[in-house]
Design a protein around this ligand. Structure first.
Ligand code: GDP
Ligand code: MG
Length: 155
């Protein structure tokens, strides 16, 4: 039986590897092709955490301008849900949403737009846990979702 179901939303600019990360984590695959994500989609994976079955639903979003309308309406709906279901309760919950900052494509670090130190400094400023990943090399991807699961469960 699934005891815990966690919704994970992945946001970021286009082509940074959001869809690839979800594919890697849920299907164990990596492809070089780049297919723009349209709107919002999700994949799921079940894991064991402290002997409990946890279902992670990974929501993919499109960072591209042309799909902004779809993503925006999705966020609007999320905000609506958060604001209509008892303000206090949700305010408390939203404040407890675990967050993580990821710098992906670390296998291409010499071509990076942002130096690793800058990315780390940004995470510090925002008080976020920071991970460097390579979806291609399957580096640190599991760790990102384990961390989020742990944070969510011990909220
Ligand atoms: P999205 O727009 O954020 O969803 O980006 P995609 O997941 O579609 O990835 C964009 C491109 O980057 C694709 O061609 C992927 O194969 C590639 N890519 C994703 N992650 C990595 C990575 O860790 N290393 C390298 N070298 N390429 C990656
Ligand atoms: Mg995508």
């Amino acid at each position: 039986d699934i005891e815990v179901a966690i919704k994970v939303v992945i946001v970021g600019n286009g082509a940074v590897g959001k869809s690839s990360m979800i594919q890697r984590y849920c299907k164990g695959i990596f492809t070089k092709d780049y297919k723009k994500t349209i709107g919002v989609d999700f994949l799921e994976r079940q894991i064991k955490f402290n002997d409990e079955d946890v279902r992670l639903m990974l929501w993919d979003t499109a960072g591209q301008e042309e799909f902004d309308a779809i993503t925006k309406s999705y966020y609007r709906e999320l905000r609506l849900k958060l604001s209509t279901n008892g303000e206090q309760k949700w305010k408390k919950k939203v404040g407890q949403i675990p967050l993580v900052l990821v710098q992906n494509k670390i296998d291409l670090v010499e071509e990076a737009v942002l130096e690793p130190e800058e990315a780390e400094a940004l995470a510090k400023r925002l008080k976020l846990r920071f991970y460097r990943t390579s979806v291609k090399e399957n580096l640190n991807v599991e760790e990102v979702f384990r961390y989020l699961t742990e944070k969510y469960i011990e909220r």
